[in-house]
Design a protein around this ligand. Structure first.
Ligand SMILES: [Fe+2]
Length: 144
């Protein structure tokens, strides 16, 4: 069972960004559902590396959409994203020295802060801007 399931109310109105959010949720759910303490450290470390990498890919994509739409609050949104990437990287780096139970708690807190609070408050602020932009109307990811 998923720890947190994506719901329609989390939709930012752009399919590719919703798809990223779903995939990131699945990565968190995978890490938590399998039980971080029941796995080999290298496996967990690898999954955390994957999560960090995909987080970075997603944020860059989201920032590109905001840029195209002329979203006025891009810089503070970008700063929030850099914070989350640093948090995931910190968890990955510290994991070798820390207990799996701590990692689990930290992951749950990050999941709440970011995928729940960030998507539902901060991301929602760009929704009307992207909905009114040509890139959103075309349904395609911006290129170049
Ligand atoms: Fe965001």
């Amino acid at each position: 069972m998923d720890y947190v399931a994506w719901e329609q109310r989390m939709s930012v109105g752009v399919d590719v960004l919703d798809g990223d959010h779903k995939r990131l949720l699945a990565m968190f759910n995978g890490l938590l559902a399998g039980g971080v303490s029941a796995r080999a450290k290298d496996d967990v470390s690898g999954l955390l590396g994957d999560l960090r990498d995909y987080t970075d890919v997603h944020f860059r994509r989201e920032e590109e959409w905001m840029e195209r739409a002329g979203y006025p609050d891009l810089e503070s949104h970008r700063a929030a994203h850099r914070h989350f990437v640093a948090e995931v990287e910190k968890l990955r780096r510290e994991f070798d020295d820390s207990h799996a139970v701590m990692l689990r708690i930290d992951l749950i807190l990050l999941l709440k802060d970011w995928l729940i609070d960030h998507i539902q408050t901060v991301d929602m602020r760009y929704k009307p801007f992207l909905a009114g932009s040509d890139v959103a109307a075309s349904g395609a990811a911006p290129t170049g």
